[in-house]
Design a protein around this ligand. Structure first.
Ligand SMILES: Cc1ncc(COP(=O)(O)O)c(C=O)c1O
Length: 367
């Protein structure tokens, strides 16, 4: 009964929800640092907008996302016909795959990266070409070398999940110039707002400069603290967007998410606070990990990939039992690493307190 391509899809492994851990381990006060969420939550403007919109939830939402797209277009300096919004980037990603992928197409996916690129490729019966390059970041040379006549789509996650690494402006431009124009490149900028490297490229600028075979992904889940509301969008050339609009569910973005999204775009102070929190968290993690002599990848995102040096299950379990959920990276093909989302100062302190205990305990166990 099941389509053959579905059988090949590996199940998505989400970060464990707080309630599940509390229920299973009989704990309270569990901290989740596993899914790259914003520990500040949404802004007060967003909270107010949701409250105000509650009275209208018996209506279907606006299928055209008129006000949200208008506000996004103004903020980004692009035409409205270049934008599509979805119920999170996961929705946008699937709409894109359903719009362009045929079973004969190849999709180049660098490794390690966000697993949903492979999922939507397999869903369409297309062929994922998984590329492991040099180091752990996106190796553009290796990606270019994997391109064949059948390549339809390439995914570049920038900053990359789970490594936090970036591809830089010049190398990305060179890479795009060298590609056949008929290949579409997704530049997934879910973590765009956290990057502060001066060489970090802005995908929207590239589109404006005429690189029209790219599609840029952004989300409200991270910087705006709205992961639970599900809101993301893509910017691309109008013809692609027009076709994607035919594929999307008419009411894919719910009414509360639309109202919240509009308010989030006006919440400038909250965006700044969220960025600052991540940058402070980053410095704190570097300092503490350096002190402990633990290896990590310098990051441009709101999370960090830590090299445990051997199977990270032991420290994952220890942290979990002490009320801290992090993300093991076995499913990314990195069994010796784990990923931690920066929290509030308090949560970061607690993480290192427990990590230190864990190191002591595991050392004495292994003796
Ligand atoms: C790189 C990347 N893209 C997309 C998503 C999905 O984002 P959304 O919450 O908008 O569906 C995530 C979520 O963690 C992500 O890490």
């Amino acid at each position: 009964m099941i389509r053959t391509c579905i059988e090949k899809i590996p199940p998505y492994i989400p970060g464990k929800p707080i309630e599940e851990v509390e229920r299973e381990l009989g704990l309270s006060g569990v901290t989740k640092m596993a899914s790259n969420e914003n520990p500040l939550g949404p802004s007060k403007e967003v909270r107010q907008a949701i409250t105000n919109a509650l009275d209208k939830v018996f209506y279907y939402p606006d299928a055209n996302n008129y006000y949200l797209i208008k506000a996004l277009a103004e903020g980004l300096g692009v035409n409205e016909d270049r934008i599509i919004v979805g119920s999170g980037l996961d929705d946008v990603n699937r709409i894109l795959a359903e719009t362009i992928l045929n079973p004969t197409d190849e999709v180049v996916i660098p490794q390690p990266t966000f697993s949903m690129y492979q999922t939507v490729t397999l869903l369409m019966g297309a062929k994922p070409i998984l590329v492991t390059g040099k180091g752990l970041g996106n190796d553009l040379q290796a990606i270019a070398a994997a391109v064949t006549k059948k390549t339809k789509l390439i995914f570049i996650c920038n900053p990359n999940n789970p490594t936090g690494t970036i591809v830089k402006n010049e190398e990305l431009r060179k890479f795009l110039k060298g590609l056949p124009r008929k290949i579409l490149v997704v530049i997934d900028e879910a973590y765009f707002d956290f990057a502060d490297d001066p060489d970090f490229p802005n995908g929207i600028d590239l589109l404006q400069e005429g690189f029209d075979n790219i599609i840029v992904f952004r989300t409200f889940s991270k910087i705006h603290g709205m992961a639970g509301l599900r809101l993301g969008y893509a910017v691309a050339e109008p013809q692609l967007i027009q076709n994607m609009l035919k594929v999307k569910d008419p009411f894919n973005v719910n009414l509360l998410a639309q109202a919240a999204g509009l308010a989030a775009l006006k919440s400038k102070k909250h965006v700044l606070l969220s960025k600052e929190l991540v940058q402070t968290g980053r410095r704190f993690f570097y300092k503490e990990l350096d002190e402990l002599g633990i290896d990590y990848l310098p990051t441009q995102a709101n999370f960090i990939l830590i090299n445990w040096g051997r199977d990270s299950k032991e420290i994952y379990q220890f942290l979990l039992q002490h009320g801290i959920i992090v993300r093991p990276t076995h499913s990314f093909g990195l069994p010796d690493y784990f990923r931690v989302t920066f929290g509030t100062a308090e949560q970061n302190d607690r993480f290192f307190r427990v990590l230190r205990e864990g190191i002591k305990k595991l050392k004495s166990d292994n003796r």
